[in-house]
Design a protein around this ligand. Sequence first.
Ligand code: C2E
Ligand code: MG
Ligand code: MG
Ligand code: MG
Length: 277
Amino acid sequence: AVKAQGQHGYRFFTASMNERAQARRRIEAALRQALPQHELSLHYQPKVDAQSGRVVGAEALLRWHANGRELYKPDQFIPVAEDSGLILPIGAWVLRQACKQAQLWRLRGHSIPVSVNVSPLQFQHADFYSWLDDVLNETGLDADLLELELTERMVMSGGDATTGLLRRIKQRGVRLSLDDFGTGYCSLSYLKHFPIDALKIDRVFVHDLISDRDTATITSAIIAMARSLNKTVIAEGVETREQGAFLRHAGCTQLQGFLFGAPMPAAEFQQRLIEPA
Ligand code: C2E
Ligand code: MG
Ligand code: MG
Ligand code: MG
């Protein structure tokens, strides 16, 4: 009986592994065509000032549509793009597209910094800095209207080379922020070594703020320490008024989440800039 069970368990395991591998291959094959077939676009989510509620920034988020419907979510296709290396051409496109958009808004009178998510593979690439510099030169965008969102792992793991790259990017005038803060292993005391402008508190903290006292305490402590290090603190995933009020009172600088607007096409975002909600 034990043997049969073991056999069954083994077959079950390989079947699900195969299915997952097949799904990834399907996504990868489709993703290879996505860029040339113009299926990728950027949506923009507002970041608002915690005190005034004014829109003070936008995060560019990748979307994949074909025939009028969404094919896959970023959490499904970004990992495939990273494993296959497709994130390099896709990420380069995202950076250029976001800078073009920010420059367009600026020329229309809205100086709104746009932030772009950077994946580890892009950031580790030897040519990353020159891509960045080229895009800024070609689009004419002021560097301080661009922000790169990095993760704790990327900043912590690279040693001197990483610190050097971060410094060069800062010297070029581009802002740097740490995304999903609190989910990795970055200690706050370590932060003072890195030229990071902003911390984005991960939405898992924001989600449990009101229901869990320990989460509320930790979040308040992160905000207080980040502010004492002169970092901007942004909370992501703010969905309720209660969460917004708590974060504002705790001293959070900016808020981002469905409460203030979901990611939306560029035209809709621009409308938000003209007629604030
Ligand atoms: P992220 O950078 O942490 O982006 C925030 C995610 O939270 C976005 O998911 C956004 O739509 C979602 N979100 C915003 N407000 C709320 C809220 O109030 N509640 C909830 N439940 N969610 C909210 P999205 O767009 O599906 O992207 C997921 C992740 O995929 C991003 O997390 C980022 O890590 C990655 N990603 C997206 N676009 C790009 C890109 O252009 N390049 C790279 N390398 N990664 C990207
Ligand atoms: Mg982000
Ligand atoms: Mg995040
Ligand atoms: Mg994330």
